[in-house]
Design a protein around this ligand. Structure first.
Ligand SMILES: [Fe+2]
Length: 188
């Protein structure tokens, strides 16, 4: 399950109901899907998509998503630093950012208007939908490993528009969950 922190209020939410409600209040959809499928988390992308086809089709119908794929990032991914540096600065998209985590961990920071910044540490089984236009940024945890299903309304629209606010520099991308000690993510 996700861990949600509100650093400016020194507050942590680790109860599913509280997390869902708080994120909903800032426009973020959060769900947990049953990730105990027979499919292995390192299975080919087609098998992953087939195993979660019911949920994917439901989301497509709800959000107008036309395509789904599986992104796989690990420490050996070519161009990893460049890729991560695109998303660890505050930005927004013309598209929803929808991710269902298959493996690994990462942190979304959300910067809602007139509300404090929220850090959402996601892990396997977590589904998050960041609506189009939402200011946010993303970091990997120390393992630098994540695999996720992505859904798209229009692939061409999913590019980062940077706010250049500098707010992202005020928040440490610290991961708390899993088997790791709290460590600072080093992304760039
Ligand atoms: Fe993004």
């Amino acid at each position: 399950m996700a861990i949600v922190t509100i650093p400016d209020e020194d507050r942590t939410l680790n109860d599913r109901e509280a997390i869902t409600q708080y994120l909903s209040s800032i426009g973020i959809d959060y769900e947990q899907w049953d990730s105990s499928r027979t499919v292995a988390n390192d299975a080919p992308a087609e098998e992953i998509l087939a195993a979660y086809s019911d949920e994917i089709n439901k989301l497509k119908a709800q959000g107008g998503y036309v395509a789904a794929d599986v992104i796989d990032i690990n420490p050996n991914t070519p161009g990893l630093e460049v890729m991560l540096a695109k998303f660890n600065r505050e930005h927004w998209h013309d598209e929803d950012e929808v991710r269902f985590i298959i493996r690994g961990r990462g942190i979304f920071h959300i910067h809602p208007p007139e509300r404090p910044v929220v850090a959402i540490e996601v892990e396997a089984g977590d589904l998050i939908r960041v609506p189009r236009g939402t200011w946010h940024w993303f970091n990997l945890c120390e393992s630098r490993d994540i695999r996720a299903i992505r859904l798209f309304q229009d692939r061409a629209g999913w590019t980062p528009n940077y706010t250049e606010s500098g707010v992202d520099g005020s928040y440490q991308p610290v991961c708390f969950g899993g088997s790791y000690l709290p460590v600072e993510c080093v992304i760039s």
